[in-house]
Write a protein of this length. Structure first.
Lengths: 119, 244
């Protein structure tokens, strides 16, 4: 039963998220709102129920597998990617490097200024 | 068994969801093995490898994506509940997050600003098409969120998902060099930067290569970035006058 209970909680949050996103025509995906709803619920409840942890952490363990079906969808866009191949590759390499560096640098600086507290 | 019945068997099986559901799982398991055999190198990520192998198989079998997706959709569906489940690591680390809230939020906003402006700026400057630019824009966010955002701002969801995956593998490959260059040693900082720029791939990498603290902060960065980008990006593209 724990898997069924855990999955029901996750799907309920996702469902509520979808209803809110569609109902209010928000520019935010339903599962993201579902995540906020679950976080609020956990804050109120004060602990993570065992069944939810079992299911949730099980799903997060295999997070990378879940990307595969969507990724195979790249094959549909070979033509579009091919036309923009150079801009796409250059943008991805440069921008990802910049993002990594900027985030790490800012957080490192702010942490040091606080005297390394909270590490 | 004669040849004709084998032929019919293939026609039956190849149109059946079971084949490609099983195929996806087996190929992924194989890709994980290959990655381990190569010493877990971030240059050949199991997901990138699985996608390449599956596309190769589909092209060889002359199968279209719609048929493949009929089977693979059962795996794809789990992305929704998995996104919701990200609330669990966020809840687990709420104390630490509360203490570091201001620096984390600032770093997150800077990271998102750099990611979005450099992506949109570079791709426009290099002459990419508008739909490509809009599918590239949410690329450092975990793919279920990126797909939703791309749809909202007028990009192509499945192209966005593919670009997110490429970003993840590039981020994992670049991170050791970037950290060495900037002399970053704090695992929390490394994890946060990885999760922000390379989402789920970065988080998996942080857990496996750096440690539990890095993994937790990476998961946090991934959730926070997803949430903030989902709110901010539609506004940013509207401000820049791109898309719908």
């Amino acid at each position: 039963m724990p898997l069924i209970m855990g999955m029901s909680v996750l799907l309920t949050c996702q469902f509520l998220g979808e209803v809110i996103a569609r109902g209010l025509t928000l520019p935010i995906p339903g599962p993201v709102i579902g995540m906020v709803i679950l976080l609020a619920g956990l804050m109120v409840r004060g602990k993570v129920p065992r069944s939810l942890r079992l299911t949730g952490e099980g799903l997060l363990c295999y997070l990378t597998l879940l990307f595969v079906p969507a990724g195979v969808g790249l094959m549909v866009h070979f033509a579009l990617i091919g036309r923009d191949l150079v801009p796409i590759l250059v943008t991805l390499m440069v921008s990802t490097g910049l993002t990594l560096a900027a985030t790490a640098w800012v957080l490192d600086r702010l942490n040091r200024r606080r005297g390394g507290q909270g590490r | 068994m004669n040849l004709a019945s084998l032929d019919q068997l293939w026609v039956y099986l190849s149109g059946n969801p079971l084949l490609w559901l099983l195929g996806t799982l087996v190929v992924f398991a194989l890709a994980v093995r290959i990655n381990k055999a190569l010493g877990g190198t971030p240059l050949v990520h199991p997901v990138t490898l699985s996608i390449a192998m599956l596309i190769g198989l589909l092209l060889l079998a002359d199968m279209d994506y719609a048929t493949y997706f009929e089977g693979a959709q059962f795996i794809h569906f789990l992305l929704g509940p998995a996104t919701v489940a990200l609330a669990i690591p966020l809840y687990d680390h709420r104390e630490r997050i509360r203490r570091l809230l201001v620096p984390l939020l600032l770093a997150c906003l800077v990271g998102i600003a750099v990611a979005v402006t450099s992506t949109v700026g570079l791709s426009l400057a290099l002459g990419a098409r508008l739909e490509t630019v809009l599918s590239l824009a949410p690329r450092s966010v975990t793919s279920p969120i990126a797909m939703g955002i791309a749809e909202q701002i007028g990009g192509i969801p499945s192209l966005a998902a593919g670009l997110v995956l490429l970003t993840g593998s590039i981020g994992c490959a670049l991170s050791p060099w970037v950290f060495r260059l900037l002399r970053i040693e704090d695992p929390a900082v490394k994890g946060f930067a990885l999760g922000l720029s390379a989402h789920g791939f970065g988080t998996a990498q942080a857990f496996a290569r750096i440690g539990a603290v890095a993994g937790a902060f990476s998961g946090l960065a991934m959730g926070l970035t997803g949430l903030l980008t989902a709110f901010l990006l539609p506004l940013i593209t509207r401000l820049l006058g791109l898309g719908s």
